[in-house]
Design a protein around this ligand. Structure first.
Ligand code: SUG
Length: 446
């Protein structure tokens, strides 16, 4: 069966801001309190999506979530009118307002873990929305993510959208950011690599949280019906987490037969390579492109986000293309590495750069912004809603962003009740534009 790898990017929400909310994410800590530009952020994201659609890849859009999220604030005991709550929380508990206002659903790599039909026992595409329970601002995402997935992948004969894993520390899950799938061709049986930072059976005392547990990887592999012989669970290196790699996709990316990763990405590097080879036996020969720490230090990898790139199979090109953030070009070590990489005859033939600076300041590179979904032609035809990027959708989304998004947002602006009004107007218009229905957001349901 032939299949393609589609990218569904999270559309940046109107409240995009720098809240300093993610412990262990160094960019988020560095940017805390800076003014953001929601408009620039959304336009950067839309431009990246368009550039991939233009080169012949299937590109989808994941809608932003409702923020500020009044249901959270009401659950925490605030009452009265919506505007009154925003003002009160802004005065009395600004940290809760930041938590309720983050546009973090834009990082769609954390939306869900996805297994294609070629790998699942029942021949359907499986999705597990991530519970994201390690950070308070992200732990509110899963119900709306599930809703979005159920609208877009509504055909239950082809797609299975699960509930998120239980909200218990043992099952902390951050979605596809800790997942890589290798295969000979997208439609063929693949090897699914699930990466965890913490084993819930032992205590973990790192400097920064390890956001994914081994137990959540095991549960997802079971519910997606993956073949144990073709599934590999790997431990992310503690050193990488301590250095600021809060997700595995900050130090590793892979597609088709190619795994591109930092020497210090995995706790047991040799064991990882051997396990992947074993799982791929009889299917394909994996290509390991390992970046030595002597050429790119972990610090350079994390500040430049070299590995948070999209590794793309572009129609008509023999070798893979690495779409890296501009920051990779600006860092002398990673720029030099990229120049050497493409002169060799390995699987990666070119490096291109995308500007997603607004997202990068919160620790989100090109790969964080997208959720990959491998689809056969029949599955592609079964998609619902109007979420596939076309020249018309691109023009409409650009106009929409220009109309509804603020040029600049400083931390104090979150306490402006008008931001809530503007945000709802934007999402109302968007739900029409993307064909999601007029009951897609909680505020639309009353
Ligand atoms: O979960 N940043 C996100 C970045 C997610 C990046 N995703 C991947 N690596 N796949 C996070 O830490 C920062 C929000 C703030 O501080 O305002 C934030 O949530």
């Amino acid at each position: 069966m032939t299949a393609i790898e589609a990218n569904f990017d999270g559309l940046v929400g109107p409240t995009h801001n720098y809240g300093g909310l993610s412990e262990g994410n160094l960019a988020s800590a560095r940017s805390e309190g800076l003014a953001s530009s929601p408009r620039e952020a959304v336009l950067e994201g839309i431009a990246k999506m368009k550039s991939l659609a233009d080169i012949g890849l299937l590109q989808g859009v994941m809608p932003p979530h409702e923020r500020p999220f009044l249901p959270l604030l009401r659950t925490l005991g605030f009452s009265g009118s919506d505007a009154g709550i925003i003002e009160q929380v802004g005065r009395e508990a600004p940290h809760l307002l930041r938590r309720a206002s983050s546009a973090s659903a834009m990082w769609a790599a954390n939306a869900a873990m996805v297994s294609p039909s070629a790998d699942s026992a029942d021949g359907r595409v499986h999705f597990t929305p991530a519970n994201l329970l390690t950070t308070g601002h992200r732990a509110i995402e899963a119900p709306q993510t599930r809703r979005a997935l159920e609208r877009i992948f509504a055909d239950e004969t082809r797609f299975s959208v699960h509930d998120s894993l239980p909200y218990q520390p043992d099952f902390a899950d951050e979605g596809a950011a800790n997942h890589v799938r290798l295969c000979e061709a997208h439609g063929a049986t693949g090897v699914e690599i699930l990466v965890w930072g913490r084993d819930a059976a032992s205590s973990y005392d790192g400097r920064f949280p390890a956001r994914q547990t081994r137990q959540s990887c095991e549960a997802i592999a079971r519910r997606h019906g993956l073949d144990p012989a073709r599934t590999v669970l790997l431990q992310q290196s503690r050193t990488a987490i301590e250095a600021g790699a809060f997700h595995n996709d900050v130090v590793c990316v892979g597609t088709r037969t190619c795994l591109f990763y930092h020497e210090q990405a995995f706790e047991d590097r040799d064991g990882a390579v051997a396990a992947i080879r074993r799982a791929a036996d009889g299917l394909f020969e994996p290509d390991f492109v390992e970046v030595p720490a002597s050429e790119v230090t972990l610090d350079d990898a994390i500040t430049s986000y070299l590995f948070n790139s999209q590794l793309l199979q572009i129609p008509g090109e023999d070798r893979l293309v690495l779409l890296a953030p501009e920051e990779t070009r600006e860092n002398p070590a990673t720029r030099a590495y990229c120049e050497r990489l493409v002169t060799g005859n390995g699987p990666i033939g070119a490096v291109r750069f995308a500007s997603v600076r607004q997202s990068m300041r919160n620790g989100g590179g090109p790969a964080c912004l997208r959720l990959r979904v491998v689809l056969t032609e029949v599955e592609r035809q079964a998609l619902s809603a109007n979420v596939i990027m076309t020249p018309d959708l691109f023009a409409a989304l650009n106009d929409w962003g220009m109309t509804h998004y603020r040029e600049s947002l400083s931390p104090g602006d979150l306490a402006d009740p008008q931001l809530l009004v503007e945000s709802r107007q934007a999402l109302d218009a968007l739900s029409v534009l993307l064909g999601l229905g007029s009951d897609f957001y909680p505020f639309q349901r009353g």
